[in-house]
Design a protein around this ligand. Structure first.
Ligand code: NAP
Length: 276
C-alpha cells in the first residue's frame, strides 16, 4: 500500500490524480490533516497519534515546509521515525533542487535527506526545483502590470508543478526501481523577469532587495520567518544560482518520459487563476 502525505495540498492532489490514472491499479491511501472522506486518513506530523503507518509499504513524504527550521525538522523527523517503527519499506521524499542551498528553507530539506541516508529505510529523494506556479506568487504584477520582484537579470529554472507530481507518482508506484537515487528535477528553460512580464502583457521593473523587504514587512501579511524565506529566493534567483546551469543531471525529462510542460504556460495560467 502507498500512503501520500499532504494529499490535500496542491502537489499532493496532483500526485493522487496521477496515481489514480495509472494503467495498473495501485492501492493508495491519502494522508491529510483534514480528511474529507473515508478514502483519506488523518496524518498530521505535529500530532504523533496520527502517525500510524501500519500496513504502508511505500510512503510519499511531501515536505511540510512552511515553518521555522525547528518546526519543519521536527515534522519530518517524526514522520520518518513513525515510518521506521511501522515497517514501511520505502520512503520517497520531496526535497529541494541541489542548486537551492542558498535558500533559507534548504536547511530543513538537507536535514531530512541526511536523516534518511542515516536511517534503515530504502529511500528516493526527489529534489524538486521551484514551481512555475510559485513564480506567480512571488513575481506577480501590480495593478499597473509592472512586475517589481527583485530578480535582477537572474533566471529561474522553474518547473510546472504537474510535472513534479507526475514524477513523484511514477517513482512512488515503482519505488524499487529508484532506491537510493537522488533525482534533480528542474526546468529546462529558465525564466527571467522580462520574459514573465511579456507573457502577461506587463513590464519588468525590478526593485531592490531592501525596498522589497521593507514593502513585505509593511504589508504586514508575512510571518517573521517568511520574510527571509522570500528574500533569499529573490536573492538566489538574482545571483544566478537557480537558472539550472548548476545542475549536472536533470532527471526531469527522463522520468517524465516526455517533454516537460512549458513553465511559462504554467506561470501564465497561475497568474490568471489568481486574478479570478
Ligand atoms: N518547489 C516549490 O516551488 C515549492 C514552493 C512552495 C512549497 N514547496 C514545498 O513543497 C510542499 C508541497 O507543495 P504544495 O504546492 O503542495 O504546497 P501546499 O499546497 O501549500 O501544500 C502543503 C501541504 O503540506 C501539508 N502539511 C502542512 N503541514 C503539515 C503537517 N503538520 N503535517 C502533515 N502535512 C502537512 C498539508 O497537506 P494537507 O492539507 O493534506 O494536510 C498542506 O496542504 C510544500 O509543503 C513545501 O514544503 C515547494
Amino acid at each position: 500500500m502507498i500512503l501520500v502525505t499532504g494529499a490535500n495540498g496542491a502537489l499532493g492532489r496532483l500526485v493522487a490524480d496521477e496515481l489514480a490514472s495509472r494503467d495498473e491499479a495501485v492501492d493508495v491511501v491519502l494522508g491529510t490533516r483534514s480528511p474529507r472522506s473515508t478514502a483519506e486518513r488523518r496524518v498530521d506530523f505535529d500530532d504523533p497519534a496520527s502517525l500510524d503507518f501500519t500496513g504502508v509499504d511505500t510512503l510519499l513524504l511531501i515536505s511540510a515546509g512552511y515553518g521555522e527550521d525547528d518546526t519543519v525538522i521536527a515534522r519530518h523527523g517524526a514522520a520518518i521515525s513513525a515510518a521506521e517503527k511501522a515497517g514501511v519499506r520505502h520512503l520517497v521524499y520531496t526535497s529541494l533542487s541541489g542548486d537551492g542551498d542558498h535558500l533559507t528553507y534548504a536547511l530543513a530539506h538537507r536535514w531530512t535527506e541526511r536523516r534518511l541516508r542515516r536511517g534503515p529505510l530504502a529511500w528516493t529523494i526527489l529534489r524538486n526545483g521551484l514551481y512555475a506556479e510559485f513564480l506567480a506568487d512571488i513575481a506577480a504584477a501590480g495593478p499597473d502590470g509592472t512586475i517589481a520582484a527583485p530578480l535582477g537579470e537572474g533566471r529561474l529554472a522553474a518547473v510546472a508543478r504537474a510535472d513534479l507530481a507526475a514524477v513523484a507518482a511514477r517513482v512512488t508506484a515503482e519505488p524499487e526501481l529508484h532506491a537510493g537515487q537522488v533525482y534533480e528535477l528542474v526546468g529546462e528553460h529558465a525564466l527571467g523577469g522580462a520574459e514573465l512580464a511579456a507573457a502577461i502583457g506587463g513590464s519588468y521593473e525590478p526593485g531592490s532587495l531592501g525596498a522589497t523587504r521593507e514593502a513585505v514587512i509593511a504589508a504586514g501579511q508575512a510571518l517573521p520567518y517568511q520574510v527571509p524565506m522570500l528574500l533569499s529566493t529573490y536573492s538566489a534567483v538574482a545571483g544566478g544560482f537557480l537558472d539550472g546551469s548548476g545542475i549536472e543531471n536533470n532527471a526531469l525529462r527522463g522520468l517524465l518520459g516526455r517533454e516537460p510542460r512549458s513553465a511559462l504556460d504554467a506561470y501564465r495560467a497561475a497568474v490568471r487563476s489568481h486574478v479570478k
